[in-house]
Design a binder for this molecule. Structure first.
Ligand code: UN1
Length: 503
């Protein structure tokens, strides 16, 4: 076992279940494999429904106490979590890379996003503002305030095994909530390591069950969590398929959900674009994280006059992408998560050909242990069935257009609505793209790509992306309950809407 794993408290067999202490995990176990070489790293045990109950009890207990701590003091506790992460950034980033397969720089970037959201959350802990309004009645005061909500369920995906928990948990914590985390079974060790880092800090302050962990099967723990009335908010990141199930179940009990699901993100490349920034923006967006971000650039909507030149530049750039061990400092693209992902990528490219598209480069398996492929570019039409769907792999579809209306039509002409971008130096084009007749996505950028959103903005998208918003801006409001308060300081009882009621 690597030393860095030991420093993160990872053993050969780890419990994946934490209430206010580590439980046994009697619901079976999973082995975590590194996609970089296909080798087993360690095992993690899973929760039974009974253990889920213990976890839930601890989370509820913590919530009851935690909500009474003044928000700025909650912020001080969260700040300490940031100190722990700073001290372990390299180790945790390395584990993200080993277990998920993204390159080390991206693994570090993920930990940095949590450090950043912690700083943000600390500031936010003094800014959980409501509005004051002018009452229509004399001698009355009216305002709204935000109270802690309860136990928040956080379901995360393999592609951001650390950061997505961070965005949710740190905001939830300053808002006065406790958290139950169900991580992806493809990346359970990152979750165990984070729990190992955070739990001692929270316990020291008397809140051992503030962040709980419930690693388990979707049909056992996932189901139980989404159906649990004691969880007022479920924040789930993953596939559209998963989101439709989770969203329907949570809505069925009139709970709230934040859904952050698939993307089918496009870049529009216009004739005025500066190709010196556009080409790297496209390559990073399409190839970064081996095409496994929900913000990955999947479609390039390219002006017809540029297609030949741009395709040539892209094919050339793709040839220079260094594919290999994600822990090597030189590597730009690591492996896909597992064999299934490789098969899905190859099936998608087969489908493009069948639908009449042309694969211009890539898509081959790289001959080494692990799940490596070469990134692919294909000429396609927007209406192809395969283009309408998100394949979680580095495939970029090039779609020619002739005028901006047509380009925006293509951009919006998919079921998903997460991220979008235009490269242009024409003010009219950029502003049209950002206007109400432009991009229909939750994220719309000018002269930067579709991926790599900063934590300060609200993150999420429309349509089948699920409509949820996480991270910055006023996303915190979803983690609190709003209350409108009216106070009468007069000696009369004037009724609203001018009603008189005498007796
Ligand atoms: C995701 O792919 O699940 O904008 C989130 C980005 C990252 C977040 C991606 N900050 O690419």
């Amino acid at each position: 076992m690597h030393d860095f794993l030991k420093r993160l408290g990872i053993k050969e067999v780890n419990s994946g279940v934490f209430s206010d202490k580590w439980l046994e995990g009697k619901g079976g176990e999973v082995t975590s494999y590194s996609p970089a070489n296909g080798e087993a790293i360690a095992k993690v045990t899973l929760a039974t429904k009974e253990e889920y109950e213990e976890v839930m009890a601890a989370a509820q207990e913590s919530f009851k106490k935690w909500r009474t701590v003044p928000a700025p003091i909650r912020g001080q506790v969260v700040r300490e979590l940031g100190e722990v992460l700073r001290a372990h950034k390299d180790d945790l980033g390395r584990l993200v890379t080993l277990e998920m397969g993204k390159i080390h720089q991206e693994g570090l970037g993920e930990v940095q996003e949590i450090i950043d959201i912690i700083d943000y959350a600390v500031g936010l802990s003094r800014q959980l503002y409501g509005f004051t309004m002018h009452s229509e009645r004399p001698g009355h005061r009216m305002y709204d305030q935000y109270h802690p909500l309860g136990v928040v369920g956080v379901i995360t995906a393999f592609n951001f095994p650390a950061a997505v928990f961070g965005w949710n948990a740190m905001i939830a914590a300053v808002c006065g909530d406790s958290v139950v985390w169900k991580p992806s079974l493809k990346t359970p060790l990152v979750a165990v390591a984070m729990q190992n880092l955070f739990a001692p800090v929270l316990a020291k302050h008397g809140f051992p069950g503030l962040f709980t962990l419930c690693t388990g099967e979707d049909l056992v723990i996932g189901e139980t969590l989404v159906n649990d009335h004691r969880i007022p908010l479920v924040s789930a990141t993953g596939s559209v398929r998963m989101g439709k199930i989770v969203g329907a179940k949570v809505a069925g009990r009139l709970g709230r959900s934040i859904l952050e699901l698939g993307g089918n993100n496009a870049i529009i490349l216009t004739p005025s674009a500066d190709l010196n920034i556009a080409i790297p923006g496209i390559v990073f967006g399409a190839v970064g994280t081996a095409g496994q971000r929900c913000t990955t650039t999947r479609r390039l909507i390219c002006h017809e006059s540029l297609v030949d030149q741009v395709v040539e530049k892209l094919v050339n750039a793709y040839g220079q992408v260094r594919i290999g061990d994600p822990l090597d400092a030189d590597t730009l693209m690591g492996p896909l998560i597992d064999e299934d992902a490789v098969q899905q990528m190859q099936a998608a490219l087969e489908k493009v050909r069948q639908e009449g598209g042309e694969v211009l480069c890539g898509g081959e398996r790289v001959d080494r242990p692990g799940f490596y492929v070469t990134p692919a570019i294909a000429k396609a039409k927007n209406e192809f069935d395969i283009v309408q769907n998100e394949t979680f792999a580095p495939i970029l579809y090039v779609i020619p257009y002739s005028n901006l209306d047509e380009a925006i039509g293509y951009q919006n002409g998919v079921p998903q609505g997460l991220s979008s971008a235009i490269f242009t130096n024409e003010m009219r084009e950029g502003e049209t793209f950002l206007s109400h007749v432009g991009s229909d996505c939750g994220i719309a950028n000018v002269n930067i790509g579709t991926s790599g959103a900063e934590i300060g903005g609200a993150f999420g998208g429309e349509k089948e992306t699920g409509g949820g918003r996480e991270s910055g801006s006023d996303s915190w409001k979803a983690y609190m309950r709003r209350q409108t308060n009216t106070i009468n300081y007069s000696s009369e009882l004037p009724l609203a809407q001018g009603i008189t009621f005498e007796f």
